[in-house]
Structure formats: structure tokens, C-alpha cells
Design a protein. Structure first.
Length: 443
């Protein structure tokens, strides 16, 4: 049975069974990942999967059911109805009607047209370059090339038909370097159209690791801090649930009801851009047309991110941020590409403006050291000590602590060095941010 046949039969049966509406969400995809170690392959996986879910509106409540067998749609609809009967909340969750979508042009993904053998060769070459870059490089902890591709089709009884395809290529490496008894690791990655640049990736990662050698703590206190792009991307990713209307309506975001209020310095603008060339999409997980919007504009919270359910509850329009991680997932809320808009200052100018302070290059422990409800964080960090605008030495073994909203209010300058983070849990981008003060625990 084809997905189109499945969807048609499911819709007809759902109507007979008394459902107000019925929607099918079909997703299929493939993934490839290889890791090189010592010139050999120590991890290799190729997978292909497909599945379909049915969502029904039954007596004002939503029910979901999922299967990987594209057959017997009537049984899946029955399961969805049974699940709807178990739902205690009666919050309205509309389904999207027939829509028109913006045409999307995607940049070629570097690994898309390569054979598996060619992708393996890229991973091996990346390790080879890293090991040859400096005699202090001992090994590559990780050395991975990966490719993912998939397609989605959403159909419902309100006339919606939405179909899209997407893919992503990426490569990353974590080399380990040793100087005497000291061991440090570095990290670098490439993605999208640049994912085949494994030589540049390897050299950048080795430089990152070597730059940490000789690092030691600094005295505890408050410091002016320059957060490098990847470091702030990590914070933005960790605290992105704050911007979800779903979390706000559950009482799990301190931004609830703060639209129109200042939550950051006027230098800070944060955009959710579904048309960013790094990962453009035309519609969200409900088939709602995506729109580019300023989430924070010149420090003012302009909007939270909505799907159709949260929008109906708030009495506003959906922002096109419905998310579905897979066909087996229910509808949630998530950003598309959340980007801090760059300013006009170079990293060198920011360091000079900081004069004395700390450059934060890396943050660790975001899985445990972040409270997305209160905004508080306490994280291990590494970076560079700066005096008189010049880098003095590497810094390690410190902890930085603060509050995400307070930090955004303390931004005093924004760099022009916009960078995109590795797409883990979504797409995030930021330039360097100079912050007036941040608590540091060291010696």
C-alpha cells in the first residue's frame, strides 16, 4: 500500500468513526555515520526507516497512533481514537488547512552524492591530517563523517497536503594532544556544503587543542567576559525552551506573559529564520507555512514560539514552529534556525574593548548545569585570559555562573563573526558577545 492510499483510507474510515478531522504524517529517511580510529573504521552504521502516524480529532480531543507498517489504516485510526478517549485535557488543537508555501532553494549537501566508500575515505583522511599536523597529537577521540536525509508528507481532511525533503552532511573531529603530562582535546566540525572540508576541519581542531595547553585557573571573581560564538550557541540551545509558548503555558518559562518587555540589551536581536540557507524549510510539523520573525528585537521580547494549539490558547496566530522529531512524535514547539543577529565589531575590536577580562571559548556540563525554568546556570569553562586587550594565557579549571536573562541584559557589544553550531537538537547561530560581568570560580 502506498502512503497516498493509506492516507485516503484512513481519512474515510475516521469520518465513518465519528472523527471531526484526521491527519496522516508520513516520514521516511536514511542515515549514514562512520568513525575512523587508528586508520581503521571502528564505528559504521547505515539505516533506513519509514513510518506513518495518524492524528484524529475525536469529540474535541486529539489522539495519536503510529506504525512502521504502511497497511491496515483502520486499525491505526481505532488506536488513535482510543488514545483520544484517554486524554484529560480539552485544549483545542486545530489542524492546518490547505496552504500555499514559499519556494525553497537548498544548498547542495557535500556528502549527498558520495558513495559510502568516499564518505569513509573522508573520515580516514580527516584523522590522517590531524595526526600529521603536530607531533603532540596522540589520537582522535572522535573522527566522524555523517549524512542524513529524509522526506515528510502531511495530509489531512481539512484539505492540507504538504511535502518536503531535507538532508544534512557533517564531519567533526576531537583530537587529543599531549605535552609532558598534560593532555587536552580540541574540537571542530564542518556541515552542509562545507562538510567535505575535512582537512580544514582537522587543522582547526588541532589548533583548538594546542591552544589549551598550559591552561590553569584564574582568581575567583567577576570578570568582563567575551563569549565566543560556539559558547553562546551552547547557552542559546540550552535555554531555547524559554522561548516556547508551550513551556510558558505549562508554567515552565519565566518569559510567560513577557511579550513587549525588555529581556536583553538593545544590542541583542534574536531571529527565528526558517529560510536561513543552512536549513531552509517551507512549513512546520503541522503543515503551517513558516515565517521569519524577530523573537527578541533590540532587547524586547516580541513573541514566543507557537504551534496551532498554543496559538489558539493564547488567541494569536501560529508562528510556524510546530515540531515533530519523527512520525512517532506528537506535536511540540521548537525553533527553526534561532540566530543572534551579528553586530559590526570584529573579534579583535571586542577584545580591545574588553581590555581586561576573560574570553570564554568552551562550556561544559550543559546537561546538568542549566535550569531552563529559572534561567540559572553553573558550567565548567575554558578560555583565554586577556589583559590590556591582549591574550595572556589559556585558562582552564574554572566555573562560570549566572542567569541567562541577566547575561543578555549585560551584553555591551556584539561581534560580526556569526557562526552556526553543530546541529544537535536544532540549528543555532551566534556571533561573539561581550558581557559586562559574569561570576567566575577559579582559585
Amino acid at each position: 500500500m502506498t502512503n497516498a492510499e493509506f492516507s485516503k483510507l484512513a481519512a474515510a474510515y475516521a469520518k465513518e468513526a465519528g472523527c471531526e478531522n484526521c491527519e496522516t504524517f508520513y516520514a521516511c529517511g536514511e542515515s549514514f555515520e562512520v568513525n575512523a580510529n587508528g586508520g581503521e573504521i571502528d564505528r559504521y552504521s547505515v539505516s533506513r526507516e519509514a513510518g506513518v502516524s495518524v492524528r484524529v480529532s475525536y469529540k474535541g480531543r486529539d489522539g495519536y497512533a503510529y506504525t512502521e507498517r504502511i497497511e491496515e489504516p483502520e486499525k491505526l485510526v481505532d488506536h488513535a481514537i482510543d488514545n483520544a478517549k484517554c486524554i484529560e485535557t480539552d485544549d483545542a488543537h486545530p489542524m492546518q488547512t490547505k496552504s500555499e508555501y514559499r519556494a525553497i532553494e537548498r544548498r547542495p549537501s557535500a556528502l549527498a552524492g558520495l558513495s559510502e566508500q568516499a564518505r569513509i575515505a573522508l573520515a580516514k583522511r580527516m584523522e590522517e591530517v590531524a595526526l600529521a599536523e603536530d607531533p603532540r597529537v596522540r589520537r582522535a577521540v572522535y573522527c566522524t563523517a555523517a549524512y542524513q536525509a529524509g522526506s515528510v508528507v502531511i495530509e489531512n481532511t481539512r484539505g492540507l497536503y504538504a511535502a518536503k525533503e531535507a538532508d544534512i552532511s557533517y564531519a567533526y573531529i576531537m583530537p587529543s594532544v599531549q605535552d609532558g603530562d598534560e593532555v587536552q582535546t580540541g574540537f571542530a566540525f564542518r556541515m552542509g556544503a562545507d562538510a567535505a572540508d575535512v582537512e580544514g576541519c582537522a587543522k582547526e581542531a588541532v589548533a583548538d587543542a594546542l591552544g589549551k595547553l598550559g591552561g590553569k585557573p584564574i582568581e575567583s571573581g567577576e570578570y568582563r567576559v567575551l563569549l565566543k560564538p560556539y559558547a553562546f550557541c551552547d547557552l542559546l540551545r540550552a535555554f531555547s525552551p524559554m522561548f516556547s509558548a508551550d513551556e510558558a503555558q505549562k508554567g515552565c518559562s519565566l518569559l510567560a506573559g513577557k511579550e513587549g518587555q525588555r529581556i536583553a540589551n538593545e544590542l541583542v536581536t534574536i531571529t527565528d529564520d526558517p529560510f536561513d540557507e543552512i536549513a531552509p524549510i517551507a512549513f512546520d510539523g503541522e503543515g503551517t507555512p513558516c515565517v521569519k520573525k524577530a523573537v527578541v528585537e533590540k532587547g524586547i521580547l516580541k513573541t514566543l514560539l507557537h504551534n496551532l494549539k498554543t496559538a489558539a490558547k493564547a488567541g494569536v496566530a501560529s508562528t510556524g514552529n510546530a515540531s515533530r522529531g519523527s512520525a512517532a512524535s506528537t506535536v511540540g514547539v521548537a525553533p527553526t534556525v534561532l540566530r543572534v543577529e551579528p553586530g559590526g565589531k570584529t573579534p579583535e575590536a571586542l577584545a580591545a574593548e574588553m581590555n581586561d577580562g576573560l574570553i570564554i571559548v568552551e562550556l561544559e556540563g550543559l546537561h546538568a548545569g542549566v535550569d531552563t525554568i529559572s534561567g540559572d546556570f553553573s558550567l565548567k569553562a575554558a578560555g583565554l585570559l586577556v589583559k590590556g586587550g591582549a591574550i595572556v594565557r589559556p585558562v582552564s579549571g574554572i566555573t562560570v555562573a549566572g542567569n541567562f536573562i541577566s547575561l543578555m541584559k549585560d551584553v555591551v557589544a556584539v561581534g560580526d563573526d556569526l557562526k552556526y553550531a553543530l546541529p544537535v537538537g536544532g540549528y543555532f547561530a551566534s556571533p561573539s558577545l561581550l558581557v559586562a560581568k559574569l561570576s567566575v570560580a577559579g582559585n
